[in-house]
Design a protein around this ligand. Structure first.
Ligand code: PEP
Ligand code: MG
Length: 551
């Protein structure tokens, strides 16, 4: 048996086989070949295979998502027949005597660049399609088995690191637990792991390739993983896991109960989601609403910039299913660690302080209006709140509201039905927290994004794992800004919630209630545990003595 330690992100026990997740590798060598005809034959064979794959994807998408979404795969099939592209690749093989892989990389990259240089945004967006096809061709030529990256049976997935775009694509039904060598506790990947309630270890420096396929236990309680554990350990940790499952079952008894303290203070406990697929979790865990729908995951899950109709479908599905519960949808918060090829964002020195979130939306008005129109159209089907991220000034909020009003007028003149909505902003920059009085005059609600608020207040890059030892999630400066924001909101009849990870920190629930928070929005699995804590608090008792039941 081998024991390797890491940093726990999500507690719990996962028992099963290890699966090493390897991102496909596109290391292409530039050596010259003798038999150029053989390379052309390999190229043609790969082209045929990828065309077949695109056809299968087209049929699958047609069944599951309809003609609009499937059309992209039909376009891919056609692109692979493009004579200019094929000739360019063949020339690299026949005249320059390079391999098929090299020709694909060069030929497809040049084509992608050509699209990128066009003025029309539609054609610019096609460059991402060419890159997708390039990767599919290279996977075939290099023998990358992309289907089996995650395997077909449930396993504990082990990876160097995972980007949010990779994490969202994982088949959750095949995940028992997650272990990464890199990663930081406040990253979006960690947030996704929490929302899946998946036992997770990061910073596991001693991951080894030969773990692949071995039986293991991820023990979140002891922040370690046991490779090929002894039978005694398997028995005791299986018992521990069963106990956890029993506790979870007991929490189900709290479904339908109110989030009211013993002395009668009631708050809302909402859930954070990333898209329509998470609605089931909101219902199973009896959240009273959605306090943060991270709409950028709709964008991350799409191969191309999602159309107004595609977004409308996603928002409508969530609103309709959960009505009359409130659903707060945050407008696109792309940038920093959440990057998308088709957005074509420049590389930046300081992406967390850079061109992201509302800054992108306010400078790409058509992009922003597409989302706002989709949201307003969806508002007819439920109880919608719209929330703007990364706000630092009153000017920005007014600009957002003006564009929202412009979209409303357009839709009214088109005769589109819309519902009543609340408008709010995230308070996740010190600037917003310090200007909360002025900002509160502009909006119906605030939602404290404590992940970014902590990052910006403490100058701790939330993505940088090296800074973990310096990070203090309970930093007094952050708690003071939270208190100031709640008090400022209430002075102007603006309700205040917390949707960052701190909202689920049970050691702070009493503090937040005493500060007067109106809502906590947490990962769905934390809703019932939080309800249990709230119902055991008596705020009429002195600070520190309010927890009156055994936890
Ligand atoms: C936050 O910053 O606290 C937040 C909720 O937004 P995100 O984690 O998506 O940046
Ligand atoms: Mg944030």
């Amino acid at each position: 048996m081998k024991v390797v330690t890491g940093t726990k992100i999500v507690n719990g026990i996962a028992i099963g086989k290890i699966r090493i997740y390897r991102a496909p590798c596109y290391d292409i060598d530039d050596s010259l070949v003798e038999d150029t005809g053989a390379e052309v034959a390999r190229f043609e064979q790969a082209r045929g295979r990828v065309q077949d794959q695109q056809h299968v994807l087209y049929e699958r998408a047609l069944q599951s998502a309809g003609e609009d979404s499937a059309a992209i795969f039909e376009a891919h099939e056609l692109m692979l027949d493009d004579e200019d592209l094929i000739d360019a690749c063949k020339e690299i093989m026949l005249k320059q005597r390079h391999t098929a892989e090299y020709a694909v990389q060069e030929g497809f990259d040049n084509a992608a660049q050509m699209f990128r240089d066009m003025d029309d945004p539609y054609f610019q967006a096609r460059s991402a399609d060419v890159i997708d096809l390039r990767n599919a061709m290279l996977d075939v030529l290099l023998g990358n088995d992309t289907d089996s990256m995650q395997g077909t049976e449930p396993s504990i997935l082990v990876a160097e690191d995972l980007a949010p775009s990779e994490t969202v694509k994982l088949d959750k039904s095949l995940l028992l637990g997650l272990i990464t060598r890199e990663g930081s506790s406040n990253s979006h990947t960690a947030i996704l792991a929490r929302s899946m309630n998946l036992p997770t270890l990061i910073q596991c420096k001693d991951i080894a390739d030969d773990w692949d396929g071995k039986f293991a236990i991820l023990d979140g309680y002891n922040s370690c993983v046991y490779i090929e554990p002894t039978q005694d350990l398997i028995d005791s940790l299986t018992a521990r896991r069963n106990k956890d499952l029993g506790k979870e079952a007991l929490l189900q008894q709290l479904k339908g109960a109110s989030n009211t303290t013993i002395d009668g203070k009631t708050i809302k406990v909402f859930a954070n989601i990333g898209g329509p697929a998470d609605v089931g979790e909101v219902q199973t865990n009896d959240a009273e609403g959605v306090g943060l729908f991270r709409s950028e995951f709709v964008y991350l899950n799409s191969k191309t910039d999602p159309s107004e109709d595609a977004q409308f479908d996603a928002y409508k599905r969530v609103l309709e299913t959960l009505a009359p519960k409130q659903v707060i949808i945050r407008t696109c918060d792309i940038g920093a660690d959440k990057t998308i090829d088709y957005m074509k964002l420049d590389k930046e020195e300081n992406p967390a302080l850079g061109y992201r979130a509302i800054r992108i939306c306010l400078t790409r008005r058509d992009f922003f209006k597409r989302q706002l129109r989709a949201l307003l159209r969806a508002s007819a089907y439920g109880n919608l709140g719209i929330m703007f991220p990364m706000i630092i000034s009153v000017r920005e909020v007014r600009e957002c509201k003006d564009i929202l009003a412009e979209c409303r007028h357009e839709l009214e003149s088109e005769g589109v039905r819309m519902g009543r909505i609340e408008v709010g902003i995230m308070i996740e920059t010190p600037a917003a927290a310090l200007c909360a009085d002025e900002l509160a005059e502009e909006v119906d609600f605030f939602s404290l994004g404590t992940n970014d608020l902590t990052q910006y207040t403490c100058a701790i890059d939330r993505q940088n794992a090296k800074l973990e030892p310096f990070s203090d999630t309970h930093h007094p400066a952050v708690l003071r800004l939270i208190r100031m924001t709640i008090e400022a909101g209430h002075r102007h009849n603006t309700w205040v919630g917390i949707c960052g990870e701190l909202g689920a920190d049970k050691s702070l629930t009493e503090t937040f209630l005493r500060m007067g928070v109106d809502e906590l929005s947490v990962n769905p699995k934390s809703v019932l545990p939080l309800r249990k804590i709230i119902r055991s608090l008596d705020l009429s008792k002195p600070i520190g003595q309010a927890l009156v039941q055994e936890q």
